[in-house]
Ligand binder design. Structure first.
Ligand SMILES: Cc1cc2nc3c(=O)[nH]c(=O)nc-3n(C[C@H](O)[C@H](O)[C@H](O)COP(=O)(O)OP(=O)(O)OC[C@H]3O[C@@H](n4cnc5c(N)ncnc54)[C@H](O)[C@@H]3O)c2cc1C
Length: 387
């Protein structure tokens, strides 16, 4: 069976690429070992799929080459995908920070992609393991569970290894290496951080959340943080996890809007108030922070110096994560197929004609909030227009 292009991976990027190429008249086969396409899309955004972000910009992506994503992102924008969503009559809403979600369900996005693929007469081979790929005479021969297929173009769209229970694997990296492409060390990203025994007290706060500013080096995010029985999660911590490096601390400002000297002011105004009640944070969190700082009693009983020191500490509280919850819990994989070997315009490997890599398999990783799907759409579109 021969095609113009074979796409490995019926996820966000692969389906977008196949639909684009199919609608240009290319005969396209999409292969996936899962029996249903787009499993990550179905569970994304809490089942409502945060399908793009209105503030998409290249500086919201991590990559060894921060310029790489610019071309594809500028040629297929959040507005372009939103137009497609609206053309399919899918109702949507902006939740926060430019994040767009379906009003109904993530299945509508999978249906949109499958409808677009059908318009391009794309064939799908689902439930088919990829046993091997060979290249010769200008053709890629892909051995599947039940047959062998070939095409002059092969698109690696099988994502990264995060959430193996959904069928995620490192196949794209193996195939990229087979064809001489480099792979930037993959690592779990948008992943909860774990705390060790020294910070075990915080693990007792499981379920408590607060709006914070978290910092690592020069990177900062202001969003909700959530304490878990293993450590730190919530949007703020997931965001910083993509940048965090092992054995380094992160800093948290628990009260980013507090006025200078707010505790001294409170002491003057309400000297009889218990310290624990003057910290405008969830009660259990305030109690643990005071405990760690060794403070208790009424405001009036504290020295100005001690209150100033506590204020400063609340604004710059160090945490020392001892790891992450790994690929089992990581929303994405950072790192991946090195962009240095790919064309930023077409996603084709510079030295391997006909080989393309798109989506999460590539060393381009977005922030939390719809950025990763926008990269999948944009890179899928770029390759789909080229093959
Ligand atoms: C819980 C969760 C929630 C998320 N929510 C959001 C969100 O709301 N917004 C957002 O922008 N991003 C979100 N993401 C990230 C987003 O899902 C991914 O970045 C995106 O799906 C990547 O698209 P992709 O097509 O590159 O890879 P994938 O969507 O992962 O698709 C890869 C496909 O390749 C197939 N495959 C893998 N290995 C093999 C193999 N060996 N043989 C054959 N086929 C294979 C897989 O079965 C899969 O269908 C979320 C991720 C998770 C895990």
């Amino acid at each position: 069976m021969s095609y113009d292009a074979i796409v490995i991976g019926a996820g966000a990027a692969g389906l977008m690429c196949a639909a684009t190429a199919g609608q240009r008249g290319r005969r396209v086969l999409v292969v996936d070992h899962n029996a249903e396409p787009g499993r990550k899309i179905l569970i994304s955004g809490g089942g409502r799929c945060n399908f793009t972000n209105l503030h998409t910009a290249p500086d919201r992506y991590l990559s060894a080459n921060p310029h790489f994503a610019k071309s594809a992102l500028s040629r297929y924008t959040a507005r372009d995908f939103l137009d497609l969503v609206e053309a399919h009559g899918i109702a949507w809403h902006e939740k926060t920070l430019g994040q767009l979600f379906c009003d109904g369900s993530a299945r509508q996005i999978v249906d949109l992609l499958l409808t677009e693929c059908a318009k391009g007469a794309v064939d799908l081979a689902l439930g088919e393991p990829v046993r091997g790929v060979e290249h010769g005479d200008g053709h890629y021969r892909v051995t599947l569970g039940s047959c062998t297929v070939s095409a002059p173009a092969l698109v690696l769209a099988s994502g990264g290894p995060s959430i193996p229970k959904l069928g995620a694997t490192g196949l794209a990296y193996e195939l990229a290496r087979q064809f001489g492409l480099s792979v930037v060390q993959p690592r779990p990203a948008l992943v909860p951080l774990t705390l060790g025994a020294d910070e075990a007290l915080f693990r007792e706060l499981s379920g408590v959340s607060a709006e914070v500013e978290v910092r690592w080096n020069k990177v900062r995010f202001r969003e909700a943080a959530l304490f878990t029985h293993r450590g730190l999660s919530g949007p703020a911590m997931l965001q910083i996890s993509s940048y965090w490096q092992h054995r380094t601390p992160i800093a948290v400002d628990f009260l980013p809007d507090a006025a200078p000297d707010w505790l001294l002011t409170a002491k003057r105004e309400r000297p009889r108030q218990q310290l624990a009640r003057s910290v405008p944070l969830p009660e259990r969190l305030a109690a643990v922070l005071l405990d760690r700082a060794g403070l208790s009693g009424e405001l009036g009983a504290q020295s100005d110096k001690a209150l100033r020191a506590f204020e400063a500490r609340l604004a710059d509280w160090p945490f020392h994560p001892n790891g992450t919850e790994g690929y089992a819990k990581a929303e994405v994989t950072a790192g991946g197929i090195a962009t240095s070997g790919l064309s930023s315009r077409t996603m084709e490997a510079q030295k391997v004609p006909g080989l393309y890599a798109i989506g999460e398999a590539v060393d381009v990783t977005g922030w939390l909030g719809g950025y990763n799907f926008q990269w999948a759409w944009a890179s899928g579109r770029a390759a789909g227009e080229a093959i």
